[in-house]
Design a protein around this ligand. Structure first.
Ligand code: GDP
Ligand code: IMO
Ligand code: MG
Length: 430
């Protein structure tokens, strides 16, 4: 029984959903522990495509328990919409396979509104958020005025909780010259949604502890990526939660000792949605190749993703600071037929060579990537399911990443399909 934490180690969209889905075959429980419906995870199983934002990826496999932990923020309308959309695809999400932490904070319509208002007001200084209200919802959680899932059970105190929240928001809204919130309308909305949401609510921490005692295997499914982490990412161009593997414990209520293997999901190149520094970004033909072949459009917002070469400095930094044990490398097939591949192995900043990304925005914007150039391969690696069958140049590329990052690539993915995934080493092989 190995519990694995699967997190993105770039700027999100590394293919976490695909890897979690593949590993879920041999797991019992799948847990989301941070973020909200800003995430977009796509899974392809034969001719079926599943797109999830709020729900753990395990819902698409029968017989798994899926948990949304206290560290996530939950937009109940979006979650129920997702559940209904899955029902149309023949996937049943019920209180039998989904448990939502009763102490998770809610994302409300007023958060979505504020997210958009701030972004509009920021103009060229905007973050480029997904507009789902995630930042404002986490602000209210940390500000100790959030409404949480279990609060919907307590009708008597709900008025007080709404007042506390609305008092704050009305001050902010007045500054933005927006009408105050109607507390009655908010209460009606919440009471309307409460019965369906509360069906799923419970003490997630306790259920996870029991499952752990029973030696069940738990996967912790990260959202976003470590470079979007509130502390370790490219601040302020980050999301509002802690996205590193360690957050799985605090965000679900298990002990750190229950996190056995930390698997980082790494795309074979780099992408980013939204604003912020991106040292290896390409605006040339190679960038176009990655965008087109990699179908790099956001699942949540449909925005084109910015594309660039693999940045081994950043991957190494994130693995070091997050304690990542091994990597799952995805989308290697997207590099097919590029004559040359580049890997960023260092930066130059103010004439000096450095091997880490500095913490300030100004320094991050001024980094000049130093590349190693490797030959690409002819033909396609799409659908290859064993390491030996990869062309020599692809194996050299993977092995060079391992050398630069100093951890093994345990899992390789060669197409969007669930089955085009294989383990070559580590706890997942054999
Ligand atoms: P996540 O947010 O980390 O789960 O990643 P997304 O699902 O947002 O984006 C990854 C996209 O790449 C999805 O459309 C996947 O179907 C697709 N994908 C995942 N692995 C591979 C792969 O190995 N090759 C190709 N071509 N596509 C992949
Ligand atoms: P998955 O789980 C890629 C980015 C947004 C923006 C910044 C802040 O699919 O990898 P937010 O709405 O969170 O306040 O936006 O974070 N972002 C993501 N980028 N993948 C994601 O999730 C993302 N979730 C948020 O584009 O730059
Ligand atoms: Mg995504």
């Amino acid at each position: 029984m190995t519990n694995t934490v699967i997190t993105g180690i770039q700027w999100g969209d590394e293919g976490k959903g695909k890897i979690v889905d593949w590993l879920a075959e041999n797991a019992d429980v799948i847990v989301r522990f941070q973020g909200g419906n800003n995430a977009g995870h796509t899974m392809v199983v034969g001719d079926r495509v599943y797109k999830l934002s709020m729900l753990p990826t395990g819902v698409i496999r029968p017989g798994k328990l899926n948990v949304i932990g206290n560290g996530a923020v939950i937009d109940p309308w979006a979650m129920l919409y997702e559940i209904d959309a899955l029902a149309d695809q023949g996937v049943a999400v019920t209180s039998g396979n989904l448990l939502v932490a009763e102490n998770a904070a809610l994302v409300l319509p007023l958060h979505r509104e504020l997210d958009e208002l701030w972004e509009q007001r920021a103009g060229s200084g905007r973050i480029g958020t997904t507009g789902k209200g995630i930042g404002p919802a986490y602000e209210d959680k940390v500000g100790r005025r959030a409404i949480r899932v279990g609060d919907l059970r307590c009708h008597q105190s709900l008025d007080r909780l709404i007042d506390r929240l609305v008092n704050y928001h009305d001050v902010v809204r007045a500054g933005l010259e927006v009408d105050p919130v109607d507390p009655e309308e908010l209460k009606v909305q919440l009471l309307e949604i409460a019965p369906r949401l509360l069906e799923f609510a419970g003490p997630a921490w306790r259920v996870l502890r029991r499952r752990s005692w029973q030696k069940q295997s738990i996967l912790f499914e990260g959202a976003q990526g470590a470079l979007l982490d509130i502390d370790h990412g490219t601040y302020p161009y980050v999301t509002s939660s802690s996205t590193v593997a360690g957050a799985a414990a605090a965000g679900s209520g298990v002990g750190p000792g229950d996190l056995h293997h930390l698997l980082g999901v790494c795309k074979a190149y780099t992408t980013r949605v939204g604003e912020g520094p991106f040292p290896t970004e390409l605006s040339d033909h190679d960038g176009q190749h990655l965008a087109t072949r990699g179908r790099e459009f956001g699942t949540v917002t449909g925005r084109p993703r910015r594309c660039g070469w693999l940045d081994a400095v950043l991957v190494r930094q994130i693995c070091e600071l997050g304690g990542i044990d091994s990597l799952a490398l995805t989308k290697i097939d997207v590099l097919d037929s590029l004559p040359e591949l580049k890997i960023c192995a260092g930066y130059r900043l103010d004439g000096e060579v450095i091997d880490r990304m500095p913490a300030t925005g100004e320094e991050q914007e001024n980094l000049e990537p130093l590349y190693e150039v490797m030959p690409g391969w002819t033909g396609s690696v799409s659908n290859i399911r064993s390491y030996d069958q990869l062309p020599e140049e692809a194996r050299n590329y993977i092995e060079r990443i391992e050398e630069l990052v100093e951890i093994p690539v345990d899992i390789i993915s060669t197409s969007p399909d669930r089955n085009d995934t294989f383990a070559r080493s580590g706890p997942f092989a054999g």
